[in-house]
Design a protein around this ligand. Structure first.
Ligand code: PMP
Length: 445
């Protein structure tokens, strides 16, 4: 009998007991390769001795000192580490305990900035369909998943949604990359103009779409055009890199590849790598100056901001990434992973798309590869893939069902940055078998 209100209460879950590199071992001694890093979190794998040591040392010194009384060395050092490597202008860090909190803080920073500079009419947030920004009320409101929002609709702030950049399904036949991204930028511009440019505060997007679409990178030049539209109307650009940031794509911040800088950038999962709950918002200097030079105080805060153990763990995670040159490994192993998946599924009747960046890879499954017709959502292929993968000792992150008009099934892979060549081969082999086993009943009917 469990007293935990589990997220899937009707399922019996294995009991995770120990971690060993890229594997989790359950109470029966069974090993699972963590090919999804949980939910794209565990970027250094499990039980990493350096992180364990850093946590222990900090716990012995000081676990917690409230930020209205003190700052701490690990929090200061972590903030410096993040801003020294950040896109231009992002000069300050606001710490929180996770991704949703980071998104809430980013929305409130954007709003307060406009209040401080005498533009209080700027209140609208524009985001994208088929996106996920968290489950707290503000983050949920801007998320582009109508089904998740539905029960809470009366409690949510008003948000507006435009199309995601999702070439596999939404680029028109014969449309060039250039024409496609221009169409998307025009859609954003028309939405801003329709709302009244002086009333729009921010546009929010994931640099590489994670859970809802399965590692979908933007088409070249998309974000440069989006940045230009935002600048034209004085709208802030908030990039959500909670999942795709902190090295997951092979660059510390995913937007480095887009050659633009957002005004606010949120990170979380890979920041603490799951060793401690921690997230952060990187804040442009202009916003910081307006708030600090204005009312002097960001009207926000949580008890565990800048928690000393969480910051010490995250700092050590980030040092390991630098010292072991892991971003290069992410890029190389990511190329290997996509190439082996393409080889394994070459000519496959139901693998519609294999995409991603670095060790952030998505596979979209379809009933028919030519028409891209998805499998009926009620058959829940993605659930069967997860079950078959777990049976084979493999964790993958499946998504499916219906999200804002998108129907279908995909699998997200986000293995640890420490993966070796052989680890990638094992992942592809087990995943290939799991997908075939999950598809067997679909083929029989
Ligand atoms: N934004 C993105 C892009 C995410 O993937 C997630 C978590 N899946 C969140 C925000 C919310 O983060 P958390 O679950 O830590 O609150």
């Amino acid at each position: 009998m469990t007293a935990i209100f589990h997220r899937a209460p009707r399922q019996t879950l294995p009991v995770a007991v120990t971690g060993d590199g890229i594997e989790i071992i359950d109470a029966m001694g069974k090993r699972y390769i963590d090919a999804s890093g949980g939910a794209a979190v565990s970027c250094l794998g499990h039980s990493h001795p350096r992180i364990v040591e850093a946590i222990e040392q900090q716990a012995r010194k000081l676990a917690y000192a409230h930020t209205s009384f003190f700052t701490t060395e690990p929090a200061e050092a972590l903030a410096r580490h993040l801003v020294e490597r950040a896109p231009a202008g992002l000069a300050y860090v606001y710490f929180v305990s996770g991704g949703s909190e980071a998104m809430e803080a980013a929305l409130k920073l954007a709003r307060q900035y406009f209040v401080e500079i005498g533009q209080p009419e700027r209140r609208h947030i524009v985001a994208r369909r088929q996106s996920y920004h968290g489950n707290t009320l503000g983050a949920l409101a801007i998320g582009g998943n109508a089904r998740r929002r539905a029960p809470f609709e009366p409690l949510l702030i008003e948000a507006h949604h435009v199309s995601p950049c999702y070439a596999y399904r939404e680029r028109l036949a014969g449309e060039t990359d250039e024409a496609y991204v221009q169409r998307l930028a025009d859609e954003l511009e028309q939405t801003i103009v329709a709302l009244g440019p002086d009333t729009v505060a921010a546009f929010v997007a994931e640099t590489v779409v994670g859970a809802t679409l399965g590692a979908v990178p933007p088409v070249a030049d998309y974000f440069r055009r989006i940045r230009a539209v935002c600048d034209k109307y004085g709208v802030l650009l908030i990039l959500d890199e909670v999942m795709c940031g902190m090295g997951r794509t092979g660059h510390l911040y995913a937007c480095e590849e887009e050659a633009i800088a957002p005004d606010l950038l949120t990170v979380a999962k890979g920041l603490g790598a799951g060793y401690q709950p921690i997230g952060a918002v990187l804040v442009n200097e202009r916003l910081y100056d307006a708030i600090v030079g204005g009312s002097g105080f960001f009207q926000h805060g949580h008890t565990y901001i800048g928690h000393a153990i969480a910051c010490a763990a995250a700092l050590e995670v980030q040092r390991v990434i630098v010292e072991e040159n892991l971003l290069a490994n992410v890029r190389e192993r990511g190329m290997q992973l996509r190439a082996s998946l393409r080889e394994r599924f070459a000519g496959h009747a139901h693998i519609g798309d294999i995409r991603g960046r670095g060790l952030f890879v998505g596979i979209e499954l379809v009933e028919d590869v030519v028409s891209k017709t998805p499998f009926a959502p009620e058959r829940a292929l993605h659930v069967a893939i997860k079950r078959e993968a777990m049976a084979r000792g493999l964790m993958v992150y499946p998504m499916g069902g219906t999200v804002d008009g998108w129907r279908g099934d995909h699998v997200l892979l986000a293995p640890p940055y420490i993966c070796t060549c052989e680890d990638i081969e094992r992942i592809v082999e087990r995943l290939g078998d799991a997908i075939e086993a999950a598809l067997a009943p679909f083929r029989a009917t």
